[in-house]
Design a protein around this ligand. Structure first.
Ligand code: FE2
Length: 135
């Protein structure tokens, strides 16, 4: 069974002004679409073809770069669409307490997160995260 590019669960402009429409379109139509096609090509004709992405990544042969990189890209983009959304939610008290304990304040956390994101190498995430945190 081949993996399919999931449909965005909300409009591409739904996360404006934090994440702009063009960024969403690039991550969905180019990145995620590319990871999906390359993951399918990497598992075509192998025993991995019948596995879920969680099963593939949970038992990953790290030497298989095509499956590792494209499976990771496929999964990470699926996760991104699921955890982001246009409707804001309240931070849980558990998370708020952990941020306070770890960073001293939410603003200190934002500063540390933004600095870490700005210096972390990755395909695309740096710009998105930094932009989202700056707003
Ligand atoms: Fe992306």
């Amino acid at each position: 069974m081949a993996f399919k590019l999931p449909t965005l669960p909300y409009a591409a402009d739904a996360l404006e002004p934090h994440i702009d429409t063009k960024t969403m379109e690039i991550h969905h139509g180019k990145h995620h679409n590319g990871y999906t096609a390359k993951l399918n090509a990497a598992i075509d004709g192998t025993e991995l073809e019948s596995k879920s992405i969680e099963e593939i990544l949970g038992n990953l042969d790290m030497s298989n770069a095509a499956v590792r990189n494209n499976g990771g890209g496929y999964y990470n983009h699926c996760l991104f669409w699921e955890i982001m959304g246009p409707n804001s939610t309240e931070m849980s008290s558990e998370l708020s307490d952990a941020i306070e304990a770890g960073f001293g304040s939410f603003n200190a956390f934002k500063d540390a997160f933004s600095k870490a994101a700005a210096t972390q190498f990755g395909s695309g995430g740096r710009g998105c995260v930094y932009k989202a945190m700056a707003n």
